[in-house]
Design a protein around this ligand. Sequence first.
Ligand code: CA
Length: 227
Amino acid sequence: MRILLIEDEDELREQIAEALRERDEVVEVAASGEEGFYLGSEYPFDVAVVDLGLPDLEGQEVIRRWREQGRDFPILILTARARWQDKVAGLEAGADDYLVKPFHMEELHARLRALVRRAAGWSQPVWRFGPLVMDTAAQTVHVDGRPVELTAFEYKLLHHLARNAGQVVSKLELTEHLYAQDYDRDSNVIEVLIGRLRRKLDPEGNLKPIETLRGRGYRFALPRDEG
Ligand code: CA
């Protein structure tokens, strides 16, 4: 997942970013409301974590402006305040969930995954596409009951494609979801990864889970089961 984190407390921001990166997530950070608002307006994110108490632009206002622009990624708010009014105001501004500080990183990560999953229209963590089954909690993949061993990178790639099943995802978008800003963004790497993913998921070549649309990108082509 590509996560935007807006938190003005340096130590906490670094702790959260590090904890999420250790869990293989891509994290972009902002220390102020203005900077965070800009990043969320200009770049694609799967989910945002927004501290409500920010020195320049309040978290609530950041969220309100994004929603006004039509930015629809899920948002989790962080608040140090135990006042219920703040949570309500944050949720009414357009946030989807909240955590009160201090919290456990494991809980934050689980909530973010759940938000992204629900935004993709799944109410539970196991995604079924006929013979291909992804358990997004355990991060495992099975095809026809056979476990498929994927690297963390391949899994992320498949997760992003499957989350957007039926839609064309450009190479640029995939690159942005897989790498942090300062990484190498060679799009040939995506081609190589897609090739590897296809061979692992579909060694016989009869399932064809990922289509290439020349000049446009890739599409996860298996129809999803209800649920
Ligand atoms: Ca703060």
